[in-house]
Design a protein around this ligand. Structure first.
Ligand SMILES: NC(=O)c1ccc[n+]([C@@H]2O[C@H](COP(=O)([O-])OP(=O)(O)OC[C@H]3O[C@@H](n4cnc5c(N)ncnc54)[C@H](O)[C@@H]3O)[C@@H](O)[C@H]2O)c1
Length: 368
């Protein structure tokens, strides 16, 4: 196990995408656990999916130590100002245009948020070392504990990557040691680019960075564009759900609380220099237990009936259609989480039924 080198209890933490599914859950947990830390969230509240859900998530973040700025990480002047004023010590970049299929429809959104936005975050991290004169000397190496009260820049940049970087890789489970040069969507390519950009900035300016490849995250107040949520909406309306690749897809569904636990663990350990002299790490965070889509849908349906979202006698078979694969999709995602376990002694372990039960109960309570 690695030893923690960042104490979050009194830190200034910047979370981008704070009104998002994972971001809001992360902020909620940070608020609960670390009463003395200061959390600044930024989110552009875009309408890629129902903004009402984003607003609702924010109602759970009302706290003295949380503030939200509505704006885009693609706005360089805003990001520079936020870093100058707030002086974050830990940065968690979750803001992104998510979704694989939408990147076919609206590629611009991916380049703007995932490439330009992430670049702005990296540049701001780089210049966070300016006051101690280090950034231009290839990293001053002082991105350590600012115990003397003086701001010494960003001590750790944690950012969301994705299981989609494994693209059409055949070898499973997916390991962080595997080559990831076969993206099959623009979304995947932007996430892989984030890892490459972070590596170069870690090397050039000494920014300690950790990329997290999340695997199909689900849970209460999740993303309506994701299959489990979309299926639920359709079933409620009596519409037919399309199960891609004739149901022969497997996903490593990961409950959002496990993701948050993983992110908080990782935030507390900025990577040491690796053999190439770079403070850089990448981890998978996934359930390590892929489930066939048909089995997933079956459990979802049972839990929707249990939560009274669907009636007892719902004719599920009549609302299910097996269809071919969609462009950009992959057949299986399966996380090898050995590195996460070895370094943090943690592995996601919420059983799918428990997680879907929480989603179904939330759905009933939210939509009535
Ligand atoms: N949920 C998953 O299954 C999953 C899987 C792999 C990776 N990820 C990654 O995890 C991160 C969080 O995902 P999520 O599921 O919470 O998605 P989300 O869409 O719910 O959250 C992202 C948030 O970022 C905001 N945002 C988008 N562009 C922005 C910009 N330019 N400036 C400021 N805010 C912006 C959105 O309004 C949204 O609230 C994303 O980077 C995503 O790519 C998610």
């Amino acid at each position: 196990m690695l030893e923690k080198n960042i104490d979050l209890s009194n830190k200034r933490i910047l979370v981008t995408g704070a009104a998002g599914f994972i971001g809001s859950n992360l902020c909620m947990e940070l608020i609960k656990r670390y009463k003395d830390c200061k959390i600044l969230g930024i989110d552009n509240m875009n309408d890629y999916y129902d903004v009402g859900i984003k607003k609702d998530r924010l109602t759970h973040l009302v706290s003295d130590n949380f503030e939200l700025i509505e704006g885009s990480i693609a706005d360089k002047a805003l990001i520079t100002k936020i870093f100058d004023d707030f002086k974050p010590e830990v940065v968690v970049n979750l803001a992104a245009q998510a979704g694989v299929r939408y990147s076919i429809e609206n590629p611009d959104a991916y380049i703007e948020s995932n490439i330009i936005g992430f670049y702005n975050i990296l540049e701001a991290c780089r210049h966070s070392y300016d006051e101690c004169g280090g950034a231009d000397n290839g990293g001053c190496g002082c991105a350590g504990d600012s115990g003397d009260g003086q701001y010494k820049g960003v001590q750790h940049l944690v950012y969301a990557s994705s299981s989609s970087v494994y693209g059409s890789n055949k070898k499973i489970p997916y390991s962080v040691e595997d080559k990831v040069d076969n993206p099959v969507s623009l979304y995947a390519a932007t996430k892989k680019s984030n890892e490459l950009l972070a590596h170069s900035y870690s090397k050039l300016y000494g920014i300690p960075s950790t990329g997290l490849r999340f695997f199909t995250v689900y849970g209460p107040a999740g993303r309506p564009d994701m299959a489990y949520f979309g299926f639920t909406n359709k079933l409620v309306k009596g519409e037919t759900i399309k199960i891609f690749n004739y149901g022969n897809c497997k996903r490593d569904f990961t409950f959002v609380d496990d993701i948050v636990e993983g992110v908080i663990g990782v935030m507390q350990k900025a990577p040491d220099e690796n053999e190439n002299g770079v403070k850089y790490k990448v981890y998978n965070i996934g359930n390590n237990d892929p489930v066939n889509l048909l089995d997933f849908v079956d459990i979802l349906q049972q839990e929707l009936i249990r939560a009274k979202v669907l009636p007892e006698d719902y004719d599920f078979e009549a609302h299910k259609e097996l269809v071919p694969m969609q462009p950009g999709d992959v057949e299986i995602t399966y996380a090898d989480v050995t590195a996460l376990q070895e370094d943090f002694g943690f592995k996601p372990d919420t059983p799918l039924r428990d997680g879907l039960r929480k989603f179904a109960e939330w759905y009933k309570q939210y939509y009535g």
